[in-house]
Design a protein around this ligand. Sequence first.
Ligand code: KMT
Ligand code: NI
Length: 179
Amino acid sequence: TLEAWYMDTSSDGDQRSPHRLDPNQPVSLDELEKIGVSHWKLNPDLYENDPELERIRKEHGYSYSDVITIQKDTLPNYEEKLKMFFEEHLHLDDEIRYILDGRAYFDVRSVGDRWIRIAMRKGDLITLPAGIYHRFTLDDTNYTKAMRLFVGEPVWKAYNRPADDFEKRQKYLATIQCV
Ligand code: KMT
Ligand code: NI
């Protein structure tokens, strides 16, 4: 299953290190579900022809997909992109990512506006709901390959915090109030 924890934000340090509290404060899948984050574990070696992935894509209408390799020498404007990914932001659509190789962290805001760090490994597929504040970073292994899924034509536009005036943001907030 997926490992997640509340981050130690008392010092800045390297964004790629785990930033666990001492003692560690784990976050359960249940808690992640309450803030609208869904997770599936798949067999990444089958990703090009995986009936389980197909089923999820059909069920949720994830018609679009591409694959991005985030690595210094293969991704154009690597530093710039990583910097952008780590700015706290939201989207007006769900962000759906499937880690095919390597590792990465997604940080999401808790109900109480704390940072939760989600450790993504090979085979983890995650959905972040439209309107949730989040950010992304590589870990100290500096490499990940991920499938990006989308309902229809992809829109990559990110709105950095503060972006509270969007209807999608307000709708998202309403969904986490009533659980
Ligand atoms: C985003 O919007 O946060 C991203 O696209 C993260 C990088 S994709 C693995
Ligand atoms: Ni994003």
